[in-house]
Each structure stands twice: as C-alpha cells, then as structure tokens.
Design a protein around this ligand. Structure first.
Ligand SMILES: Cc1cc2nc3c(=O)[nH]c(=O)nc-3n(C[C@H](O)[C@H](O)[C@H](O)COP(=O)(O)OP(=O)(O)OC[C@H]3O[C@@H](n4cnc5c(N)ncnc54)[C@H](O)[C@@H]3O)c2cc1C
Ligand SMILES: NC(=O)C1=CN([C@@H]2O[C@H](COP(=O)(O)OP(=O)(O)OC[C@H]3O[C@@H](n4cnc5c(N)ncnc54)[C@H](OP(=O)(O)O)[C@@H]3O)[C@@H](O)[C@H]2O)C=CC1
Ligand SMILES: O=C(O)C(=O)Cc1c[nH]c2ccccc12
Length: 422
C-alpha cells in the first residue's frame, strides 16, 4: 500500500472548530483574557501544555517566593485579592488566588495540549493551531489536534523557556547542575559550596535561601545590575515610582530611585556590584532587565556570607575558573540565567512578533494587536499589571469583532431560513 503522508495526516489529526478566540497559555495572562471574555459572553478555548493553570508559579518557582510588588499591582482584572492577604502575597496565596479566579469565571483550559504550530490561512481567513498531547495521559499523549478559529491570542509569556547558557566545561563538572526553575529550597545544599550564575531577582533570592540553609553561595555578577530597596521607609519603592511617574518624566523618576537607593543601601561598588549607566526603569523598558528589589541578599553580601564573583571563564570537574584568573572550589551549580519567550518556535508569523518572541510595537498601544485576528497578552515587560492591561484591551477588541460576526451569521441564517420557506 502506498502511504501518502498528507493523507495520513488528514485522517489521524482531529479538527476542532473554536467559535471564538483560541488562547495559548493558561498562566495569569491567559486566565485574565478568559475572565474578560466571559464577562462579554464570548466563548473561547485555552490551550495549555501543562496539566494545571499557572504552571510557572506551580511548577517552576521556589518555596519561599513571594510577589515582590505590593498586591494592588499584581491582581488580575475584575477580581481583587482577598482583603486578608498580606501586602506581598506568598507563592501559595497567589496560586490559590489564580485557582479561585479560574473557578469564579468558570475557565476550563484544555490541559496537556502543547501548541506546536499556528498559522494564518489566507484562503479561509482562519487560524490553524496544531497541538500535540503531552503529560501522563496515555490516551492523549502524542495525539495531534488542529484547532481552527478566527482569532488567536498568544499568552505563553516572557518566561516560557529557561535560558541554559552554553558555559565552557560545564559538561565536565561532576556535581549537580540545575536551572533556578527547578530549585525548591536550599535544604539539599546544606554545607555545600554553590555557584549561582546570574544576579537577577532569582539569583539574589536563591543565594539568600542558600545562606539560610547553611550553604556557601558565590554569586556571579558578570556585568552590572540595578539593586533597589524593596521598600523605603515602609513604602514600596515600586509604588513610589508609579506615583512619581504620574507627574515626572521617566529619567527624573530614575534619578529619584537612584538617590533613594543610595540613601538606603549605600554605595554598592565596594561589594562588587556596578550599576548600569541607564536608569533602572528606563533599562526595564528598553531591555526588559528587571531591577533587583532587595529583600535581604545585600546584607548577606556585606557580611561575606554571599560572595560576589565576576564572570565564569570555564568549569572544571570540581571547580570554576573565573575571568579574573581565580579558581573557586564548588560542589553544585545553579543557573539563575533567566527565561525567554518561545513564540518563534511555534508561531508562523513575522510581522507582529520579533525573532525574540516579543511584539514589535511598544506598550501601551502597539504591543497587543497584530493583523488578521492575532493578539498578544503579557509581553509588556511590566509584570502582572502589564498583562492585566493587555487582557482588558484584547478582550474588548475581540468581543467587538465577535459580536459583529455573530450578528452577520445570524442575519445570514435568518435569510437562509426565510428563503427556504419558498
Ligand atoms: C520567579 C518569578 C517571579 C515573578 N514575580 C512577579 C511579581 O511579583 N510581580 C509581577 O508583576 N510579575 C512577576 N513575575 C513576572 C511573570 O511574568 C508574571 O508573574 C506572570 O507569570 C506572567 O504571566 P503569563 O501568563 O504571561 O506567563 P506564564 O505565567 O509564564 O504563563 C504562560 C503559560 O503558557 C504555557 N505555554 C507556554 N508555551 C506553550 C505552548 N507552546 N503551548 C501551550 N501552552 C504553552 C505555559 O505552560 C504557562 O502555563 C515573576 C516571574 C517569575 C519567573
Ligand atoms: N517576585 C519575586 O520576588 C521574583 C521575581 N522574579 C522575576 O522573574 C523574572 C526572571 O528573573 P531572573 O530569573 O532573575 O532572570 P533575569 O533575566 O532577571 O536575570 C538573569 C541573570 O542571569 C545573568 N546571566 C545570563 N546569562 C549569563 C551567563 N552566561 N553568564 C553569567 N550570567 C548570566 C544575567 O546577567 P546580565 O544582566 O549581565 O545579562 C542576569 O543577571 C524577572 O522579571 C524577575 O523580576 C524572579 C525572582 C523573584
Ligand atoms: O517581577 C517582574 O518581573 C516584573 O516584571 C515586575 C515589574 C514590572 N516593572 C518593574 C519595575 C521594577 C521592578 C519590578 C517590576
């Protein structure tokens, strides 16, 4: 028998028509669009590769994590955090909030559906989104489904994949190597010398956690980093920045932030931490690099419990060679080297998204809507508040289009019924 690959494909893949938007990702962004669409009466499907909502928060964050911005900057549209939650909710509280959010708006994503490709079919004017079944469900694993619909919402996030840099000699290193996304707590590192590569919010807090578990962390600061106090005189630094931004230009707010940081934290150069020449908020806007909001790591650096080391030259079986020529003995490596978007891996489109998987246009007006029913939520480099703002705009726009189309379909159906009577 001659097998025609295309025909095989045709018969083995199930097709599902979605009467409304297809949303990829059931993190805070996907849930927020879902909730706003529910309120407008627009049906949708959410496709999620994992077996739960908010998989980043449930599966790839460490135990001691808390939101580092006050709760009013992290809540999703249409449902505030419970009043009894603290100013900085814990990871578990945030997950509980998201679970209740999904329940409250009756959002039921299709789990274990990894989107492998999505393309716009010019002829039909429809998006064709292909998934493959993942997870432990033997019946579903590897099963392919094609979802077809008029709108596509990309909500896979800025942190979809872990960045694993290709570090010289790392393969020869004898001890455990993990990305911070797999780190839960410092318990298994008790008494061990650990090198933490990266000094963002993750790297800093993991070093602190290692200290609290009697491990000996060295943190790699290969370049420069902005560290700000999380609070100034009991007020959130981020909250102060948002407040000042209402009246002052960004560069001036940045200057204020740096003066406050200097007053509270002192000069960090002595600790081996250089500041970038661009201000913290401008740098966040331009490059996405988030300033570190200090939560105790700096005092451990001052006390010498966390050692700051320069870039890594190469790894050896039991030690690391630094760019300044020093060798440091180590038992374990934690890569706190950040995350990246995975959109270019699956979305066959280059007009709206860059090759780094971010929308080309800038926040707040040009980052959420592409052509032909394509939308993005959660790529603003402004955390959860940016995702919420996108979700409101995207759902309103889709609802307008959906209502228009269903009205036309109803008129069409009515015409057909009327004519069929003759
Ligand atoms: C450790 C950490 C702490 C943070 N803390 C804060 C904070 O305190 N405040 C703040 O404002 N922001 C914070 N952020 C920023 C963070 O981006 C948001 O909190 C939030 O998770 C973003 O939501 P999202 O839905 O856009 O992305 P995600 O939460 O990453 O959700 C995306 C979902 O898409 C799914 N997905 C990805 N690819 C596919 C695919 N191909 N097919 C199907 N599904 C797919 C993923 O499994 C995931 O469930 C933090 C980020 C990290 C990493
Ligand atoms: N709620 C909270 O408390 C927390 C929030 N977060 C958020 O999660 C997001 C991700 O944070 P995080 O995981 O820290 O990632 P980041 O992208 O913020 O930081 C990555 C770090 O790794 C460094 N790095 C990357 N590659 C290398 C390399 N090859 N050699 C040496 N260093 C390297 C970067 O240095 P360089 O800058 O030089 O490129 C940077 O210091 C951020 O938005 C952050 O704010 C994270 C943890 C806690
Ligand atoms: O924690 C994050 O990743 C965020 O994106 C939150 C955030 C948005 N804008 C900021 C500016 C300073 C510090 C954190 C953030």
């Amino acid at each position: 028998m001659v097998r025609i690959p295309d025909m095989d494909d045709f018969f083995s893949r199930r097709c599902v028509w979605v009467n409304g938007p297809i949303i990829v990702g059931a993190g805070p962004s996907g849930l927020a669009v879902g909730a706003c669409l529910k309120e407008q009466g627009v049906p949708f499907e959410i496709l999620e590769r994992s077996d739960c909502i908010a998989s980043l928060w449930q599966k790839r964050t460490y135990d001691r994590l808390k939101l580092h911005l006050p709760k009013q900057f992290c809540q999703l549209p249409k449902m505030p955090f419970p009043a009894h939650y603290p100013e900085y909710p814990t990871r578990n509280q945030f997950i509980e909030y998201l679970e209740n959010y999904a329940k409250n708006f009756d959002i039921k994503p299709r789990f274990n559906q990894t989107v492998q490709s999505a393309r716009y079919d010019e002829t039909s004017g429809l998006w064709r989104v292909r998934t493959v079944g993942s997870g432990c469900d033997a019946g579903n694993r590897n099963a392919e489904i094609e979802y077809i619909g008029r709108w596509l919402v990309v909500a896979t996030g800025e942190n979809a994949e872990q960045v694993m840099p290709d570090l010289d000699g790392l393969g020869e290193f004898c001890g455990p190597v993990i990305h911070v996304g797999e780190y839960k707590s410092g318990e298994r590192y008790r008494g061990k010398k650990v090198i933490v590569v990266g000094c963002g919010n993750s790297g800093m807090e993991v070093c602190l956690d290692l200290c609290d578990n009697d491990a000996f962390p060295s943190m790699v600061v290969r370049d420069s980093v902005h560290v700000l106090p999380r609070e100034v005189l009991g007020k959130s630094t981020f909250g102060l920045a948002v407040f000042f931004m209402k009246w002052l230009p960004l560069w001036m707010v940045d200057k204020i932030m740096l003066i406050l940081a200097w007053l509270v934290l002192g000069n960090l150069e002595k600790l081996g931490i250089k500041r970038p020449s661009m201000g913290p908020l401008e740098l966040k806007n331009v490059s996405g690099r988030t300033p570190v909001l200090d939560y105790g790591a700096l005092s451990k650096i001052r006390s010498g419990d966390i050692k700051v080391v320069p870039g890594v030259k190469r790894f050896w079986s039991k030690k690391v060679e630094l760019v300044d020529g020093r060798f440091v003995d180590i038992d374990a490596v934690i890569l706190a080297t950040g995350y990246r978007s995975n959109v270019p891996q699956w979305l066959q489109e280059t007009d709206f998204f860059t090759k780094d998987g971010f929308p080309k246009g800038g926040f707040p007006n040009n980052n959420w809507k592409g052509k032909s029913g394509l939308y993005a939520v959660g790529f603003t480099r402004r955390g959860l508040s940016g995702a919420s703002s996108d979700a409101v705009k995207v759902s309103q726009d889709i609802a307008k289009g959906w209502k228009e189309e269903t009205k036309q379909t109803r008129i069409g159906a009515c015409h057909r019924r009327c004519f069929s009577q003759f």
